[in-house]
Ligand binder design. Structure first.
Ligand code: DAH
Length: 340
């Protein structure tokens, strides 16, 4: 019996060495020390032993049980430590790895330009208003005194949605909305997208941006218009910039003018860029609001007069930021946009 017990101890100790997880360890405990385990089986036969042998064997069996238990516990401890170590290694945080860069965005050059324009006009006492990009033909053309045969009404010039609804071809319909909904005195600017069937080139895009201005009050004259535009241009581009008003035709203003500004390159001296004229052409259109338009909106033209203007924002942004192709503004290429 002694031999058997010794052998059990030897076997158990041998098997424990090869184990490397908790489940196997528990299985081994049951196999040797459990109720139906090897050691228990041997001890069951103790009844047959003599009185003298029994305590000796009993003690030996107890010692072996304790030894095996101890070994199991030791192995358990070192297994636990190993598992912990592996876990720590796996979850280790390397504080020397550089952090993720948070890229801060910034405003698009066009949005910056719009905000700059709006600020200038707000400082001159104008309010900033908005109008929809999808407009009625009525607001976009009819109420603005644009006749049926006007070329801008042509299918090939304009994005119609239905016969009566279109993508606005200019920001001028905002004038109509403002005049119909408010009573003079009025002093507003409105910036936004506009749409025309333009062939795409360096300075043309079917989608572009305009800023519309409108002033209606008693005794508003062409002198007010000229002073306002001149002040605006000097605020935007600098004191050394001048304006030149050339007669023009717009259905919704009478008289009408186009405004040229000193050449951005030579400031008026004459250079290659301005063909020696000293002027940058057609920066904006303007005029005294046509009395018919006032009437269309329920404003008495005998009591009130007004001026209006519309300017291309994309061109101004291009001049401001030295951009030579309008498409760059709309392609959303980060390599380009990050420069501003
Ligand atoms: N709407 C005109 C255009 O798109 C620009 C314009 C001209 C606006 C004269 C005006 C104005 O308010 O008075 O070409």
């Amino acid at each position: 019996m002694k031999d058997k017990i010794s052998k059990i101890k030897e076997e158990a100790m041998e098997e424990i060495k090869d184990l490397n997880n908790m489940e196997d360890l528990e299985e081994l405990r049951i196999k040797f020390l459990g109720k139906k385990g090897e050691l228990t089986k041997v001890l069951r036969g103790m009844g047959k032993l003599s009185n003298k042998e029994r305590p000796v064997i009993g003690q030996m069996a107890n010692e072996v049980r304790q030894d095996i238990e101890k070994e199991i516990n030791n192995t358990k401890e070192s297994l636990k430590k190993e598992i912990q170590k592996k876990k720590l290694e796996k979850e280790r945080i390397d504080i020397s790895i550089p952090g993720k860069n948070i890229v801060l965005g910034h405003r698009h050059p066009l949005v910056k330009t719009i905000e700059e324009l709006e600020n200038i006009f707000m400082n001159m006492g104008f309010s900033v208003v908005y109008g929809p990009e999808v407009e009625t033909v009525e607001n976009n053309f009819d109420e603005l005194n644009s006749p049926e045969n006007h070329p801008s009404r042509d299918l090939t010039d304009t994005f119609y949605i239905t016969e009566d609804i279109l993508l606005r071809t200019h920001t001028s319909p905002v004038q109509i909305r403002v005049m119909k909904e408010n009573k003079p005195p009025l002093r507003i600017v409105s910036a936004g997208r506009t749409f025309r069937f333009d062939d795409v080139d360096d300075t043309h895009s079917p989608m572009f941006h305009q800023l519309e201005g409108l002033v209606v009050d008693e005794n508003v004259t062409m002198a007010n218009l000229k002073e306002t535009i001149d002040t605006f241009i000097k605020e935007l581009f600098g004191e050394d910039m001048h304006t030149r008003f050339r007669p023009h035709y717009f259905p919704f203003t009478e008289p009408s003018a186009e405004v040229d500004v000193s050449c951005f390159n030579c400031k008026g001296k004459g250079c290659e860029e301005c063909n020696g004229t000293g002027w940058s052409m057609e920066l904006l259109g303007c005029g005294m609001v046509n009395p018919k338009v006032l009437q269309n909106c329920g404003i008495d033209p005998d009591k009130y007069s007004g001026f209006a203007f519309g300017l291309g924002i994309d061109r101004i942004a291009m001049v401001k930021y030295g951009i030579d192709n309008i498409r760059l503004l709309f392609e959303n290429d980060m390599r380009f946009l990050e420069q501003f």
